[in-house]
Design a protein. Structure first.
Lengths: 803, 113
């Protein structure tokens, strides 16, 4: 089966959503939509067997073969892992949304169309082997994310957040496209596999580092890495299912996917390792530190997502060390990255859903107003507890395993010798430890401030109660996974993680089973990561218990010094500056635009004549001066001057008539009797028409035209006039290809049986031309009638209505 | 002769552009009229003004004027008449609606951006 088409299945399904929404009002549209991710998930599970053997599946759909652009679905361990996340979490999110979004109040037809578009786009991103189609899908995820964040489009916050995410991610996407094009130039192909195959030749290429930085910009903006993370908290305006799906489980991981996918190409570079690991670590710290400051449940989760994405990013960066050293301790990091990616999707997905449930059932997400929900919402509390403890890195939850591996990988960096790591490498475990402390603090903060303690005296907007069963199904499934993975990590490793690791580092392994990592919860008392965990739990607990005392510290940072303020002012400046700039040249006056056009035509034509040395005058080809011609020319020029200088309308119109009749005389002189006849008739009618309109038009008026205006106009007019003269001369003097006139002259009697060549050309050789000319004339005639007949009173009527 | 015609055409275009850039609608219409005359003569001149007899087949004549530019101009004359009629009515109409023929006053406002 050509499974590349499956990428487009959700988009195809989206076509039916509006219809289903309208026709079957009693059934929540989500139930139909649910079929799509579920069936895709089941289908894609079948690929696990292939990838476990280190194989891959390939399916191609030609798009623009001449440019080497096609849709290729390339499924290896990494793509499959993401595909399963997209479809699996997608199914759970759709199920959850059925209960979250009211079928009567919400615009479900919009919501599910956007969601399905996103699903297609995301599948395309992770399966595309062609960088151009990958870019296309990448931008489509940005657009669908924009639409989903702005779903409640009447809220200011939604629109602001939607725009912000779009500006930042699309900026990154464009940078990434630049990187792809550079890669395409270096490797002479757009296929990722072929790029990887020829990557050894890239090193030292002048574009190599530039391409690397550009691709990373795309990844960092999408995965909300510092300093581009600012869009993610604002994206929380989206409905919670969207936040759970796009902004924690899938779309923000596209950047991680990109980094993982391009690791084989770039890992040899020092810049890559420092940027990916360094920015990742900084983001990890930044996100966890500021998560504690937040008071909105979803904002806490947003910052925690930023932080966790940074964690995975730094692991991917550390994983690249394996390309420079054979020491097995460096091979740990990539496994840990992929493993944590799965774990994060499970616990963060469930936490987002719980935040949505709390919001849904109490009417607020403000943590200061919440408290003591434990007894009212026991199931939600349990799920939240499991998720938070996993996020904090405590046993017996899956987050503990990957957190330990993370600490282990960070500790291993100390032993790396190259690229100044001997000096600075120690920073990695230190910052990782501090960030983990804050991670623990915000995890506790999230779950205990909401569910434990006393209910606040101020009543909640809605009387709280446990969520409906349907809404709890998805978070409970995810929480079960959180616990389940803790007990079977090596199975998950064998099925999903190791094939993915092999896909990330194909040159290091020949078969997934060679990835020599065994996940264990217990490493013995002498394992340093154990003591790191113990110490961070201790410090974290102290910090959490004293939270009320030091949380105020965050207020020290003034708002105007934040990255958000920087973004806002950049946007304001950009918008205002652009507005001023375009106001400057877009005056709204037709005259201004005409000046641009005429000046441009004159200058560019004159410049081309000059540069191409096209101005040639062949004196010999000129026909002899004709006395009548000279006289007519004098009459014509005098008449033109009269038109220009006329003080009254009547004299101007008469002078224009004189010009027309002189032109008719020219036609006579130059042996064009048909033209002369037509010109005489038309000119007569035109003058009559002018005189008719004369009655209704105002007298000639300068309207305060200044001398400067006139001189400006004159200069442009002179420029156009001179250019046209030059063109006329050189066009006459050089004939690059022979005229087809001879053909007409030769065949007019034999082919068309006519004598008057001009007439035969018009009605026979170019008959259609003439037909359309008649059509144009009749359209003009209809328009003339319409404009005369149309009543003037329309404006008055509309004001009447207003009254 | 072509040299002289080239200059005449240049003058026609110059006058036309000058009028089109002015602020009064009527002058703009006069300008377009001159512009089409200029364009017609330009076509004719580019084809060459030689040819001793009109392009109608006749016994014993070999040197016809070039028929192709003439055919093009014939079409153009008629079309330009249509255009002139149309913008005349347009001018009449806009004057009746806006009570002004000052192009500087006829501009979009911010709401139309």
């Amino acid at each position: 089966m050509n499974f590349v088409l499956l990428i487009f299945l959700p988009i195809m399904a989206a076509l039916f959503v509006p219809l289903l929404f309208r026709k079957l009002k009693d059934i929540h549209t989500g139930w139909f939509v649910l079929l799509v991710p579920v069936s895709l998930f089941i289908y894609y599970i079948g690929f696990i067997k292939t990838t476990m053997d280190g194989g891959h599946a390939l399916s191609e759909l030609q798009w623009i073969p001449s440019l080497g652009i096609s849709f290729v679905s390339y499924i290896d361990g990494l793509s499959l892992l993401f595909t399963l996340l997209i479809t699996g979490i997608g199914a759970l999110v759709v199920l959850y949304s059925i209960f979250y979004l009211d079928k009567r109040k919400e615009k479900l037809n919009h919501f599910y169309v956007y969601l399905l578009i996103f699903m297609s786009a995301m599948l395309g991103v992770v399966q595309s082997d062609n960088v151009i189609s990958l870019y296309l899908f990448w931008e489509l995820t940005s657009i669908s994310s924009f639409l989903l964040i702005g779903y409640w489009s009447t809220r200011d916050g939604s629109r602001f957040g939607a725009l912000k995410s779009m500006m930042i991610t699309v900026f990154g996407g464009l940078m990434m496209l630049g990187g792809f094009v550079l890669l395409g130039i270096m490797g002479d192909t757009f296929s990722i596999r072929e790029l990887i195959a020829s990557s050894p030749t890239f090193v030292g290429h002048e574009f190599f580092t530039l391409a690397l930085v550009l691709v990373l910009l795309g990844a960092f903006t999408k995965s909300a890495q510092f300093p581009f993370h600012i869009w993610l908290p604002d994206a929380m305006e989206a409905p919670t299912p969207v936040s759970a799906y796009l902004h924690s489980a899938t779309m923000v991981k596209a950047g991680l996917y990109l980094v993982a996918r391009f690791t084989p190409i770039f890992a040899v570079s020092e810049v890559w390792i420092w940027l990916v690991a360094g920015i990742g670590l900084l983001t990890l710290f930044w996100g966890s530190f500021f998560a504690v400051k937040q008071t909105d449940l979803k904002a806490i989760l947003a910052f925690s997502t930023i932080s966790q994405l940074g964690l995975i990013m730094s692991l991917l960066g550390a994983g690249a060390l394996a390309y420079h050293s054979d020491d097995p301790i460096f091979k740990f990091a990539t496994f840990a990255a992929i493993f944590h990616l799965i774990n994060h999707a499970t616990f963060k997905g469930s936490l987002f859903m719980i935040a949505g449930i709390v919001d849904h059932e109490t009417g607020t997400r403000d943590i200061r107003k919440l408290g003591g929900l434990m007894s009212i919402m026991p199931v939600s509390f349990t799920v939240a507890f499991i998720g938070s403890m996993s996020m904090a890195g405590l046993p017996p939850f899956n987050g503990f395993l990957s957190k330990e591996m993370f600490l282990q990988s960070m500790l291993a960096i100390r032993h790396f010798e190259l690229f100044n790591f001997a000096t600075w490498g120690i920073l990695f475990p230190v910052i990782a430890w501090i960030a983990s402390v804050f991670t623990l603090v915000y995890s506790f903060y999230f779950v205990f401030k909401t569910f434990a303690g006393q209910q606040k005296s101020e009543p909640l907007p809605i009387k709280p109660h446990e969520a409906p069963v349907g809404m709890l199904v998805s978070p409970v499934i995810l929480a079960t996974l959180v616990v389940g993975i803790f007990f079977i990590p090596n199975l998950i490793g064998k099925w999903l993680v190791k094939p993915a690791v092999m896909a990330v580092q194909p040159d290091l392994y020949n078969h997934p089973s060679e990835v020599d990592v065994d996940v264990a919860a217990w490493h013995g008392f002498d394992a340093p990561e154990l003591w790191m965990t113990v110490s961070l739990v201790g410090v974290g607990l102290v910090l959490f218990l004293t939270l009320a005392r030091w949380q105020k510290m965050y207020d020290i940072q003034p708002e105007y010094l934040s990255l958000n303020a920087l973004y806002d002012s950049a946007m304001m400046f950009g918008e205002g500056g652009m507005n001023k700039l375009s106001r400057f040249y877009m005056t709204g006056l037709i005259r201004t635009y005409l000046i641009y056009m005429f000046a441009f035509i004159a200058s560019i034509t004159a410049a081309t004549l000059f540069i191409k040395e096209a101005f040639v005058v062949d004196m010999d080809s000129f026909s002899p001066i004709n006395l009548y011609g000279v006289l007519t020319a004098i009459v014509l020029v005098v008449a033109v001057c009269m038109v220009l200088l006329a003080k009254t309308r009547l004299s101007a119109i008469i002078a224009l008539g004189a010009v027309g009749y002189s032109v008719a005389l020219f036609f006579v002189i130059f042996k064009a009797p048909d033209l002369a006849l037509t010109q005489l008739v038309i000119e007569t009618i035109s003058v009559a028409l002018f005189l008719l309109a004369f009655k209704h038009l105002p007298s000639l008026n300068n309207h305060g035209q200044t001398k400067r205006n006139k001189i400006g106009n004159l200069i442009i007019a002179a420029g156009v006039g001179i250019t046209v003269t030059l063109i006329a001369l050189s066009a006459h003097s050089q004939k690059l290809i022979p005229s087809i006139s001879q053909y007409y002259k030769d065949t007019v009697a034999t082919e068309a049986g006519g004598g008057n060549i001009v007439n035969v050309i018009l009605v026979d050789y170019r008959g259609f031309d003439t037909l359309f000319e008649i059509a144009v004339l009749s359209i003009a005639g209809i328009a003339v009638i319409a404009m005369i007949r149309l009543k003037l009173s329309r404006k008055e009527e509309s004001t009447d209505e207003n009254q | 002769m072509e040299f002289l015609m080239a200059i005449v055409i240049g003058i026609l275009f110059m006058a036309a552009v000058y009028l089109i850039l002015s602020r009064s609608i009527l002058k703009i219409i006069l300008g377009t009229g001159l512009l089409s005359h200029g364009a017609h003569l330009l076509l004719l001149t580019m084809g060459g003004l030689g040819g001793t007899s009109p392009p109608v087949l006749a016994e014993g004549v070999a040197d016809y004027a070039d028929p192709l530019p003439q055919a093009l101009i014939l079409t153009a004359i008629v079309i330009s008449f249509g255009v002139t009629a149309f913008i005349l009515v347009l001018a009449y109409r806009s004057y009746a609606e806006h009570k002004t023929d000052n192009m500087n006053l006829m501009r979009g406002n911010d709401e139309h951006d």
